[in-house]
Design a protein around this ligand. Structure first.
Ligand code: KG4
Ligand code: ZN
Length: 337
């Protein structure tokens, strides 16, 4: 068999998803991608770090077993174990790293320590295996909103071009949804509520519009929504909900697409990559597809299961991350930042 003894086993436990995946040797094809989203946090209204660590501990063995089974393989065929080591919740990271060390040590395999953000970007290679740097990448999730330049030279990593000065884009959508009385996660809830709404009915601010600024800010947007809601009484808010949701979503989409296109221009990038939970947004995808087509820029947006936290993306990043040989990784530590 082509992949015999050469597969990558990847593990991701940096936040509240317990994930494992099996990839081919090059890390360009996922043979399995198991994501267990922890539901234990729902009653607390947010991720509780200690609860996340315990849930990872309880679930990870089963998730790894399923990833191997789904790929039709077993540990005998694995040649490297890749694992997220930063950034993330430290306790959650340590559960994944300890498991990865144990699996690798028992089989005398090398261990590949992967940066979670490089993992998010590497999801693009699974979506379009012909993609090569240079390109500009936007990571937009509940915890991150940042632009990176991925340079052509092999192993040169990613340069941070700009990032949010306050809330992440997903956080802005989550908080906006809460203010509008919609559910969690806010991104999909706002999109649903925006059905039939006019995107230009309400004027929401887009921050930091200066020409060379590649940072983001979403705090003014939230405040603006608060004032608009105060000015409308309850009945009117219900009537105006589709327009409020559509206009609010449009402002987030405008902020993200404007900066991404500007980064492409400033860095003469032939391709753009968009990853993270917010990349699932249909309106963002449509706006970017139109803008990129007009400018002749290649656009790669992975499907939602590769945009959210997952281990396949960690295996994809392992392809360009130096491995630590057996048994040198035993003293290697995870980092929260
Ligand atoms: O990357 P992700 O799954 O996880 C973390 O950040 O931990 O991103 C989650 C974020 C949430 O803020 C959620 O509201 C947002 O991604 N999101 C969306 C959509 N689906 C999820 N935002 C806009 N449109 C969506 N369809
Ligand atoms: Zn993530």
């Amino acid at each position: 068999m082509r992949y015999k003894n050469r597969m990558i086993l990847a593990i991701e436990t940096s936040c509240d998803d317990t994930c494992a995946a099996v990839l081919d040797e090059e890390g360009r094809r996922a043979l399995s991608n198991v994501i267990h989203t922890q539901t234990e946090h729902e009653r607390y209204g947010g991720v509780v770090p200690e609860v996340a660590s315990r849930a990872h501990l309880e679930r990870l063995d089963g998730v790894v077993e399923k990833a191997l089974a789904d790929a039709g393989t077993d540990l005998d065929e694995v040649s490297r174990v890749a694992v997220t080591v930063r950034p993330g919740l430290i306790g959650a990271l340590l559960v994944g790293l300890s498991a990865a060390k144990g699996l690798a040590f028992a089989r005398k395999l090398p261990l590949v320590p992967v940066n979670h953000l490089e993992g998010h970007v590497a999801a693009a290679y699974l979506t379009d295996p012909t993609l090569e740097p240079p390109f500009v990448a936007l990571i937009a999730s509940g915890g991150h909103t940042a632009l990176y330049s991925v340079r052509a030279e092999a192993g040169s990593g990613m340069d941070l071009l700009g990032q949010t000065l306050d809330d992440a884009a997903g956080e802005a959508l989550d908080k906006g949804a809460r203010m509008l009385g919609l559910g969690f996660p806010g991104g999909p809830a706002i999109s649903k509520a925006a059905w039939g709404g006019e995107r230009t009915r309400y004027d929401f601010p887009v921050a930091l519009k200066e020409k060379n600024n590649l940072d983001f800010s979403f705090s003014g947007l939230k405040t603006s929504l608060l004032y608009k809601l105060k000015a409308l009484d309850g009945e009117r808010v219900r009537e105006e909900l589709p327009h409020l949701a559509a206009s609010y979503e449009a402002a987030v989409v405008e902020a993200l697409s404007r900066k991404l296109l500007r980064a492409a221009e400033l860095h003469e990038a032939p391709a753009l990559v968009v990853v993270g939970g917010v990349a699932a947004n249909v309106s963002l995808r449509r706006v970017l597809a139109e803008k990129c087509e007009r400018r002749g820029i290649r656009l790669v947006v992975p499907p939602p299961e590769l945009c959210m936290d997952n281990a396949a993306m960690i295996g994809a990043a392992a392809a360009s991350t130096p491995a630590i040989p057996y048994p040198d990784y035993l003293s290697f530590n995870a980092r929260s930042v």
